[in-house]
Ligand binder design. Structure first.
Ligand code: 5GP
Length: 229
């Protein structure tokens, strides 16, 4: 697995409004816990006003239903490595033989709209992000038990038998990691999709309201400090 280097620390968020306010929301959880489906519905419901999705980069080949620029930016190994060398990522990692990364440009393009920025990360990506001073809110999406997770992963399949085995092993490790006390701000168990979605939607709306309030407060404080002699 690739490890974070010093380049993770120089992300320039100063062009985004109110950078000190927590507006990065990480949705993490084992593969097949339902993160993508939940995010997709959130974007349809709240995307216009409140949230935007940071579209990740990956060297994994697209699945039949996936579209360039919507689900991922699909990169060759060479293009991905060049982006790493050019210091374009906030975080990047390897997962089951493919590389994944969040670009600074993807994050900034959402933050500049004033919306909350949703990031979908695996365990290692989250570990890397937590080392930065970006103050993310972390939500862990889980399945009720390991058996169900394994069933979903097997059903989805993978490029090869070896990758499937690797994905099953990773899911086991990630599931255990997700239950580490104090790691996440919120835990949602995706037993029933509609129930999990309602919980997530309420949570995001609450975060958005809180953030908008903090932002107004910050602007008010700044205006006052400029006005005072
Ligand atoms: P999949 O290949 O199933 O789409 O994704 C594999 C894993 O990579 C999932 O846990 C997914 O959340 C994670 N992932 C997707 N995008 C990124 C990213 O930009 N960075 C990191 N670290 N993980 C990602």
């Amino acid at each position: 697995m690739s490890s974070p280097g010093p380049h993770y620390y120089d992300m320039d968020l100063t062009h985004a409004p109110a950078p000190s306010v927590a507006r990065l929301v990480v949705i993490a959880g084992p593969a097949c816990s339902g993160k993508s489906g939940l995010i997709k519905r959130l974007l349809t419901d709240l995307g216009k006003d409140k949230i935007g999705f940071s579209v990740s980069h990956t060297t994994r080949p697209p699945r039949p239903e996936e579209q360039e620029g919507i689900h991922y930016h699909f990169f060759t190994d060479e293009a991905f490595e060049m982006a790493v060398q050019n210091n374009e990522f906030v975080e990047h990692t390897e997962f089951c033989g493919h590389r994944y990364g969040t670009s600074k440009r993807a994050v900034l393009s959402v933050l500049e709209t004033g919306k909350l920025c949703l990031l979908q990360l695996n365990m290692q990506g989250l570990k890397n992000l937590k080392k930065l001073d970006l103050n993310p809110v972390c939500i862990w999406i889980d399945t009720p038990n390991l058996e169900e997770l394994e069933e979903r992963i097997t059903e989805r399949g993978a490029e090869s038998e070896a990758e499937l085995e690797e994905r099953l092993a990773a899911a086991k490790e990630e599931k255990a990691y997700g239950r580490t006390p104090g790691l996440f701000d919120f835990l949602i168990v995706n037993d029933n999709f509609d129930v999990a979605y309602d919980e997530l939607k309420q949570l995001i709306e609450r975060l958005y309201t809180q953030t908008a309030h903090q932002q107004q407060q910050q602007q008010h404080d700044q205006a006052n400090s400029h006005a005072s002699p």
